[in-house]
Design a protein around this ligand. Structure first.
Ligand code: SAM
Length: 221
């Protein structure tokens, strides 16, 4: 199968399962108009994140890597009344565009954007305020640190969903030795392997944004 096949599959399935959505379309158009890179999750993946958060009854969600808030909108829509989502973004411009997009989606009362390096934001978080669902989608070299911190900020039975862990097959291609993003994913997998209080699996995905995959991990202890 080729990229065109993957794209057609996404379009076909979307035509049944995803309604046109003004707030999400605005978020993508406004992000593009402001020069943000086209690296948000796809609509099908965004909806999957929302459904996963609904499945665990998430009331508190954490996201690392906001960009223009596209995935943030999907996830925030899974929250019940009184629920909260904290999203961490390093680039002020991205956070500003995300704020506009969240305002347009009428979600600002549920979402807090924290600007800064996610490692610093995580270090300052209150360890007694646990999350039900965590979406990791920021800089890949920090994935081992993110995973360790996120697992300790998650309730028992909570989920950490880590994106971009296959990287077009690059992660398993041991001839690639010097890519810090690929090495970040490999080191995170080693951390997960050693962590007997977490159970995890990796699933490859193809679609309109190519070939990649995610890791889904549940806290057991
Ligand atoms: N989750 C977004 C979505 O699907 O709509 C896409 C996030 S994009 C792949 C990654 C984001 O992480 C970028 O906006 C980037 O600026 C941000 N980022 C990079 N390094 C970061 C860091 N150290 N701390 C927090 N965010 C960071």
């Amino acid at each position: 199968a080729t990229y065109e096949d993957w794209k057609r599959e996404d379009e076909y399935h979307k035509s049944f399962l995803l309604e046109p959505d003004e707030a999400l379309e605005y978020a993508l158009a406004n992000s593009e108009a402001n020069g943000l890179p086209d690296i948000a999750v796809t609509p099908a993946q965004g909806k999957y994140l929302k459904l996963l958060a609904l499945s665990v009854g998430a009331k508190r969600i954490l996201e690392l890597g906001t960009l223009g808030g596209y995935s943030t909108i999907w996830l925030a829509r899974a929250l019940p009344e009184g629920g909260e989502l904290i999203t961490c973004e390093y680039v002020q411009k991205h956070a500003d565009v995300a704020r506009q997009n969240l305002e347009h989606a009428d979600l600002t009362s549920k979402v807090k954007i924290v600007v800064g390096a996610a490692t610093d934001t995580l270090a300052k978080m209150d360890p007694s305020e646990l999350f039900d669902f965590i979406f990791v989608d920021a800089d890949k070299p920090n994935y081992p640190t993110y995973f360790k911190r996120c697992r300790s900020l998650m309730r028992k039975g909570g989920v950490v969903f880590v994106d971009n862990v296959i990287r077009r097959g690059g992660v398993s291609n041991l001839a690639i030795k010097d890519d810090p993003r690929i090495n970040g994913v490999r080191e995170m997998l080693e951390v997960v392997k050693q962590d007997k209080g977490m159970d995890a699996t990796t699933i490859g995905t193809v679609g309109e944004k190519g070939y990649d995959g995610f890791m889904y991990a549940v806290r057991l202890d």
